[in-house]
Design a protein around this ligand. Structure first.
Ligand code: FAD
Ligand code: DHB
Length: 394
């Protein structure tokens, strides 16, 4: 097989890039390790920034999103048993939209298969070879080896993929921080606690109350990093969510059937070496943000815009410089998202027993709810900084 761009991974980064390339008349092959049902049902992110929503409309992937997505103006913040509302829309316009990642994946998969070309499902890339004039992927499919020749490789293969590992350790600048906590996430059949998502910064740890619809909630609990899900029967989860979200101004949390549960570690990683020759890293393959603030999916989409634009410039106008500057174009926005996620993470989680830390966190949150300047600064990043480049080269 031969193509212009070989894309490893059919997550948000790979599927967005594939669509952007198709709309620019650039061929690609998408190779995905898992089957279609698996990627269309994987429970993960849920908050889309305004630029992500606008982009999905431009890509023709916004029809269901427009109907089923829920626009939120900001979020609620609860501390000292008191609820506050941060309304960013009022200050700067735009929205965050609640729309599950797997729904976006379904929409992009359908578009790709109907209009743009195949996705090689159940095909695992096992080898990458890059040269001055092109690249070769070796993949395993039903026990056979498939070879794909391409001009470029877009590694959109997530944190544990083969793309980043292709860049030798000695050449890779990678900056990492791990936190001693994880998020235990559930989906449950209950009404949302508040009309928009709510972070509860209890002194024993965070609880987060989000939603996927009027009768489905997505809720998270801060737990120790070495937590075993088996130690958390439903009763214990509800007791802890209820305790951490106690307030003087709202009724107690509604309980219901829990039908999905998972653990996610908290870490920050930026691989600043996002390219080597004809290989480019996008999304989680290049960086991980801790989940507070919901930036991961949105960053994946932002990287896809930058690479799509650079490949457009290369194929349409013979301009190479945007490809050469891919990493340096992406990195400032990635670091802004890392900073925001770090700020939120260290403010709303209980990460130490030190009473000084607790007082300082409460003081910071008090400032957030009192100062419009602080809210504007938070809101600009929460609702989404502009993407570094347009996605299409004209
Ligand atoms: P992925 O979605 O991981 O896709 C990579 C794909 O590559 C996968 O389909 C994988 O099967 C495939 N692959 C891997 N290796 C190979 C191989 N060798 N060959 C072929 N295919 C391969 N982000 C937000 O923006 N908002 C949120 O609210 C949010 N909440 C989250 C909650 C949780 C619990 C978790 C875990 C994450 C959350 N995130 C959130 C992060 C978000 O889900 C990720 O940042 C996002 O999925 C990154 O997209 P991606 O396309 O880069 O990678
Ligand atoms: C959700 C995820 C987040 O990381 C967050 O900060 C807020 C909401 C969610 O899954 O709905």
């Amino acid at each position: 097989m031969r193509t212009q761009v070989a894309i490893i991974g059919a997550g948000p980064a790979g599927l967005t890039l594939a669509r952007q390339l198709a709309l620019q008349g650039i061929e690609s092959i998408v190779v995905e390790h898992r089957d279609r049902a698996y990627i269309e049902n994987r429970t993960r992110a849920g908050i889309l920034e305004q630029p992500t929503v606008t982009l999905m409309h431009e890509l023709g992937a916004g029809t269901r999103l427009a109907v089923e997505g829920m626009d939120h103006d900001g979020f609620f913040l609860r501390f000292d048993r008191t609820t506050h509302r941060l309304n960013f829309h009022r200050l700067i316009g735009g929205h965050a939209t609640v729309y599950a990642q797997q729904e976006l994946v379904k929409d992009l998969v359908a578009l790709r298969l109907e209009e743009d070309g195949p996705i090689l499902f159940e095909t695992k890339v096992v080898g990458i070879d890059t040269r001055a004039d092109g690249a070769t992927l070796r993949a395993e499919r039903a026990g056979e080896i498939v070879t794909i020749e391409a001009d470029f490789v877009a590694a959109c293969d997530g944190f544990h993929g083969v793309g980043r590992a292709h860049i030798p350790d000695s050449e890779r600048i990678e900056i990492t921080r791990t936190y001693p906590v994880a998020w235990l996430g559930i989906l449950a059949r209950t009404a949302p606690a508040t009309p928009e998502g709510m972070y509860c910064a209890h002194e024993d740890g965070l609880s987060l109350h989000s939603m996927r619809g009027p009768r489905i909630t997505r809720q998270y609990l801060q737990v120790p990093a070495d937590t075993d899900l088996d130690d958390w029967p439903d009763e214990r989860i509800w007791d802890e969510l209820t305790r951490r979200s106690e307030s003087i101004d709202h009724p107690e949390l509604e309980r219901g059937e829990i039908f999905d549960r998972s653990l996610a570690p908290l870490r920050s990683v930026v691989c600043e070496t996002m390219q080597k020759g004809r290989l480019f890293l996008l999304g989680d393959a290049a960086h991980i943000v801790p989940p507070a603030g919901a930036k991961g999916l949105n960053l994946a989409v932002s990287d896809a815009c930058v690479l799509s634009y650079a490949l457009g410039a290369h194929y349409k106008a013979g301009i190479r410089e945007h490809l050469d500057s891919y990493s340096t174009t992406c990195l400032p926005r990635i670091w802004q998202a890392q900073y925001f996620s770090w700020l939120l993470t260290t403010t709303i989680h209980a990460l130490s027993d030190d009473p000084m830390d607790l007082r300082l966190r409460l003081t910071r949150m008090q400032r957030w709810v009192e100062s419009e300047d602080e809210q504007r600064a938070l809101g600009e990043v929460y609702l989404g900084l502009p993407f570094p480049t347009p996605w299409a080269y004209n």
